[in-house]
Design a protein. Structure first.
Ligand SMILES: Nc1ncnc2c1ncn2[C@@H]1O[C@H](COP(=O)(O)OP(=O)(O)OP(=O)(O)O)[C@@H](O)[C@H]1O
Ligand SMILES: [Mg+2]
Length: 247
């Protein structure tokens, strides 16, 4: 589904993503882990078109999408969520979800105002907000939501684009341990139910081991290791890095 070849992005002297190559098969969850500053968000920014690489190529379903702008990337079926939720705080939860829904159906010019004229759009909003436990809160302003629900709304907005591939940047950052499991259960079910392939950046290794088929470990812009949970657990070098050590 996705092939990344020798992807490279420098910020001055910082090698944020340095000659990274990997492939993602269709289906399932792949996690990207690594210490702060490893290049995980930069990798998502590159794949989603938010920034352009200095070198390397990105192929999606065989098509070279390197350098495509985010609008085009989202149209061909790749959506993303953000480490810090990118939601519209002064709009209601329902209006937030209507934005990607209208956009997906090519009705962006009718945004919000005529939502009631499109029962199928409202039905989709109910479906997606329902699976994220947010339908009852649809008339709240987004800024009235607790942090965990803001994270969920951000991810729901990505899935409302009906992507085939979704890139989630730390879906559980900044929430309590109990809330982390709740969020991941909801997210995993939403992804699997829709048959979406997911690349998830996550710090919590318990979550990573329980939800991913494959794990990519990044360190200082490079891929340090890649494999199944069992393979990663056995890797001493990875253990030392994730515990804050040095190679
Ligand atoms: N726009 C930018 N300008 C300059 N440096 C940047 C920029 N974006 C990222 N960096 C640097 O690139 C490196 C990788 O950053 P990135 O945000 O990708 O790390 P990360 O793995 O997502 O870390 P975290 O776990 O803290 O979210 C860091 O050293 C960061 O300071
Ligand atoms: Mg990050």
């Amino acid at each position: 589904m996705l092939r990344v070849e020798n992807l490279t992005k420098y910020f001055g002297e910082v090698h944020a993503v340095d000659n990274v190559s990997f492939t993602l098969e269709e289906g399932g969850v792949t996690s990207v882990v690594g210490p702060n500053g490893a290049g995980k968000t930069t990798l998502i920014n590159l794949i989603s078109g938010a920034i352009k690489p200095d070198a390397g190529r990105i192929y999606y379903k065989g098509r070279d999408i390197t350098g495509y702008p985010p609008s085009k990337i989202s149209r061909i079926g790749i959506a993303r969520s953000f480490q810090i939720p990118h939601i519209f705080l002064r709009m209601t939860v329902l209006d937030n979800i209507l934005i990607p829904l209208f956009s997906r159906k090519g009705l962006s010019r009718n945004l919000i105002k005529r939502a009631t004229d499109y029962p199928e759009v409202l039905k989709s909003a109910e479906d997606i907000l329902g699976s994220f436990g947010l339908w009852e809160k649809r008339n709240f302003l987004a800024n009235e939501l607790p942090h965990g629900d803001r994270k969920l709304l951000d991810i729901a907005m990505a899935l409302a684009m009906e992507p085939e591939l979704v890139l989630l940047d730390e879906p559980t950052s900044g929430v309590s341990i109990r809330e982390k499991s709740r969020i991941m259960e909801i997210v995993e079910e939403a992804i699997r139910e829709r048959g979406v392939t997911a690349l998830i950046v996550e710090h919590d290794m318990d979550i990573v081991f329980s939800y991913s088929e494959k794990i990519i470990v990044m360190h200082q812009g490079k891929i340090l290791a890649m494999g199944s949970g069992e393979e990663i657990k056995r890797n001493k070098e990875v253990e030392s890095i994730l515990m804050g050590g040095e190679v």
